[in-house]
Design a protein around this ligand. Sequence first.
Ligand SMILES: *Cc1c(COP(=O)(O)O)cnc(C)c1O
Length: 227
Amino acid sequence: MEEVQERLKKVRQYVRETAVDCGRSPDDVQIMAVTKTFSAEVVQDAVRAGHTLFGENRVQEAVAKIPRVQGNTLRWHLIGHLQSNKVRPALQTFQVIETVDSQKLARRIDRVAEDLGLTASILIQVNIGGEEQKDGISPEELGPLVDLACELENLELRGLMAIPPFQEDSEASRPYFRRMRKLFERHRQGRERKFTVLSMGMSADFRVAIQEGSTLVRMGTAIFGPR
Ligand SMILES: *Cc1c(COP(=O)(O)O)cnc(C)c1O
């Protein structure tokens, strides 16, 4: 309990300092606690420390874990790949799907959302490093997917998400974050009111991500320790 609380306190402080140092408002950067592989008990410690925004990678793990965490107004985001046969439980479990990366998946989520009588909040995941093995849509194909997501009636497109290629030195991630910021600015034009989230940066590179415009950093190790 105390360990998670202490780490959260430090993370909040680092995030705040980084934002202020680069002339941004600390309120413009949300901190997500990434709970994959950690137990509901450990997550509960973070809730007790006042944390409300969480991320999980797998639908199955989340379906088992989330009902065991007590708390009001907790928000859960899916940050791992979504298979089309898991769309229904994903929409019943998560408030935001951050990993929409194809027109097919967008249409499928729209249909299931209609069926469930809800509006699905989504982010589009961009494969900003052009890595073959990674999920995410290419920057070139992003425009048509943004247009489609805005057209589909049961989707609400809230922004973009990316996981740049792994780097030993976080400074090497800067060009990827910068490119994401440019895509974000370009595609949100005319849609600024709802298109507000740029989800990028993890425990090892959140400072650089914030300097380059991230509005949501996803932190696992820094809050819960090594996996
Ligand atoms: C695991 C994970 C994180 C958190 O990674 P840490 O390095 O532990 O902070 C963030 N985003 C995604 C998509 C992840 O899978």
